[in-house]
Every structure is written in C-alpha cells, then in structure tokens.
Design a protein around this ligand. Structure first.
Ligand code: LMR
Length: 395
C-alpha cells in the first residue's frame, strides 16, 4: 500500500529541534523553536498555571465530555482577553482547538466551506506552517510584501500596494502582534489603513494571535485586532495560549469568527461540526487552566506579572544582542533588532553563514535566519555576537 509513498518533507522548525537535541556538544545554543526560556535556559511551568492546576485537581469531579466547542468559560474569557469588549459578545462564534495550529486549520476549513474560491493572502515572510495549513484544505494563497529587509522595518508601501489587489471575498492573514518570523509590528495607523482598504475591497481579515503579551502588553498587542473587529463586519481569528500561558504541550487554542449577530448560531454550529470531523472535542485541561487564571483576580495578577517579566527579558535580550553586535561586528546594521517586538527577528545572514554558525559554533537558528530572542541569556549573547562577527567576516 505504501510502495509509492514519497518521503515525508520534514518541517524545518521541528527538524531543527531534533538536530539540536541530537547535537552532543556542550555549550550549544538553541535559537530555533519559538519557546520562551528563562535566564537559565528553562521553559518552566508558570506559577499561576501550577496554582490553577492544583485548584482544578482538587475540585474537578468529572472529565466527561463537554460540548464540541469546548468549555464556554474558556471561550468567553478568551473572547474578552482578545477583544477587550471592542464588540458585543453576541457577535462572537468560537470553538476550542488543540493549539493555535488547529485553530488556523479550522478557520481555513471554514473559509473553504463557504468560499472555496477565496485566495488567502499571507505576508511574504510568515510562520512556515501557514501555507501548508492553507494548502491542506485546498485553498489558494498569495504573498503580500511585508519586510523591508535592508532596514528591518515594514515595507509599508509594498504591503499596501499588494493588498490593494485583493479581490472581494479574499482573506488576508495578519499576525496580531509579534510577527513571526520578522518581529516587525504594524502601527495603529497601519491597522487603520488596512481596515479601510479591506472594507473598501470587501475582503476579510484573518488574525493569527499567537504571542499576545509578548510585544508591548496584553491590551496594546490586541489593538489591531480590536480595531478590525470594531470597524469591519467580519473578522476571523486563530489564537494560541501556548506562549503567553506557557501551555505548549497542553495544546490550547481557539478559532473565532467576529460576525454580524444574525450569523452567529450558524457559524458556531459549523465550527463545532468541523471540530467533530477532526478531533470531536477539543482538549480541556489547558483551557480550564486558562479560564481559572483569567477568572480569579489573584491568579490573573500573578500570571500578568509573570508574562510582563518574560516580555521584559526578551526585550532586554534584544538590547544586549544589538549592543554586542555593534561592538563585535563594528556595525549598526543590526540595530533594528531593538525596534522589533516579540520572540523573533530575521537576521540578514546568508545560508552559508547560518550553516557555519550551526556547524562550527553550535548556534541553531532557522534556515532563513530567524532567531528566537528568548533563547539568549547573558552568557550566550557575547558568544553569539562573536560567532556572527566571525562568520560575517569570513563571508
Ligand atoms: C514557532 O514558530 O517556532 C512556534 O510557533 C512553534 C511551532 O509550532 O512552529
């Protein structure tokens, strides 16, 4: 049966994780997969999560099935965290999903069901799994320009020119904050212009929110999404709690549509049906942890303080790396790192330099130069800066 099955194409991020794990060298540095690490390199369970879990274990009486959408307390709490009351709850239809990845997949499946001819526009640089998820449901995709590689900032004119070509009914995928992989944020003026343009063209935004809280803060990071939701009749959302609650392997996410109230029941029912046909019920434990934290004042304050600390540490890593690169490489061409946000930046290195960093220095980053800033610490920053200066010197 499998004689003609071609070899599976490895996922770049997951393959890199494995290569790092298999590397026996002491002192190897993992700047690959987007996972937060503390100064000691650990990805610890957050204290607020531990406390919530203790409470759940002590009080939970049943693990019987809930609804196909999952726990409504999780969905309601996440609706408020994401949208901050920007639209009435009656305009929201949401279902829980196993992580943000499945949320993207379920939104794509929803689009495919109602508008199979739609093209999904994706930023030219994007999370490597976006396009495979879109293609998996048979939808077409097209890139729009995003990064101005020379300056490490937004190619605003290129982006708006490309988006001016979206057709009525097309979908435009936007990163809610902390753009993966570029770290380049949209300013509120950009969100306003995009909203006006999509409205004029009759296209629908699809916001992937995987890093809320890692950019400027929980509310600031959701500002663009909230603007779109308040301004436009329809917005699609995929959200993940992997990073901001540190719940990676628990798989906690949600797929949400912001829609006119009269469509709510049908869209919610359709999303629930889509869940039924893939995994039936979304996992419960992680979502229950999230809703427990968000509904308890003390736990919520603890969680926000922990998240603030993580964000500050990543920002500090950005500053120290840019300074070290100035000193080591004698250039300010990496200063853009400080102006960017979230876990990632795309370093302008050649494939040969990226391979040399891995082979000769044990420094792991993605093949396109994406670096996880959360993987750095005081010890590794000078090592990375020196190694980068060396491989750049060598050409
Ligand atoms: C990443 O971009 O590294 C993370 O979102 C992990 C993943 O699933 O790819």
């Amino acid at each position: 049966m499998f004689e003609t099955l071609p070899d599976a194409k490895p996922d770049g991020i997951i393959a890199l994780m494995q290569a790092f794990a298999d590397d026996p060298r002491m002192g190897k540095i993992d700047l690959g997969v987007g996972v937060y690490r503390d100064e000691a390199g650990r990805t610890l369970v957050m204290q607020a999560v531990k406390d919530a879990e203790r409470h759940i274990v002590a009080t939970q009486e049943s693990k019987s099935y809930l609804s196909l959408a999952g726990d409504h307390r999780f969905l309601d709490a996440m609706g408020r965290l994401l949208l901050g009351g920007a639209v009435p709850e009656a305009r929201l239809a949401a279902v829980g999903t196993p992580g943000g990845t499945a949320a993207v997949r379920q939104i794509c499946a929803l689009v495919q069901l109602v508008r199979p001819e739609a093209t999904i526009w994706v930023s030219a640089e994007t999370w490597p799994n976006h396009v495979p998820l879109i293609s998996a449901v048979g939808l077409a995709h097209r890139p729009y320009r995003y990064l101005d590689a020379a300056s490490g900032t937004l190619d605003r004119a290129g982006m708006m020119d490309d988006l001016a070509q979206v057709a009525a009914g097309d979908i435009v995928l936007l990163h809610g904050c902390c753009h993966n992989p570029t770290g380049v944020e949209l300013a509120s003026q950009d969100w306003a212009e995009i909203a006006a343009l999509l409205d004029a063209r009759g296209a629908v935004p699809f916001v992937d929110m995987a890093y809320q809280g890692f950019g400027e803060g929980l509310d600031a990071d959701a500002g663009g999404l909230r603007h779109l939701a308040a301004r436009l009749p329809e917005v699609l959302v995929a959200a993940s709690c992997s990073k901001n609650f540190g719940l990676y392997r628990e798989r906690v996410g949600l797929a949400m549509a912001v829609i006119p109230e009269e469509h709510r029941a049908r869209v919610a029912g359709t999303l629930a049906g889509l869940n039924r046909r893939v995994f039936a019920f979304p996992p419960d434990h992680g979502g229950r942890v999230v809703s427990t934290i968000l509904s308890d004042q003390k736990l919520r304050a603890l969680w926000q303080a922990e998240l603030d600390e993580m964000r500050e540490r990543v920002h500090a890593n950005r500053r120290t790396l840019a300074e070290a690169l100035r000193a080591e490489a004698g250039t300010d061409r990496f200063d853009f790192i400080v102006t960017q946000a979230g876990m990632f930046s795309l370093l302008p290195l050649t494939p040969g330099q990226i391979t040399a960093l891995r082979a000769e220095h044990g420094i792991y980053m993605l093949g396109d130069g994406r670096v996880n800033m959360a993987g750095l610490n005081a010890q590794s920053v000078p090592v990375v800066a020196q190694a980068m200066a060396q491989v750049i010197d060598e050409g």
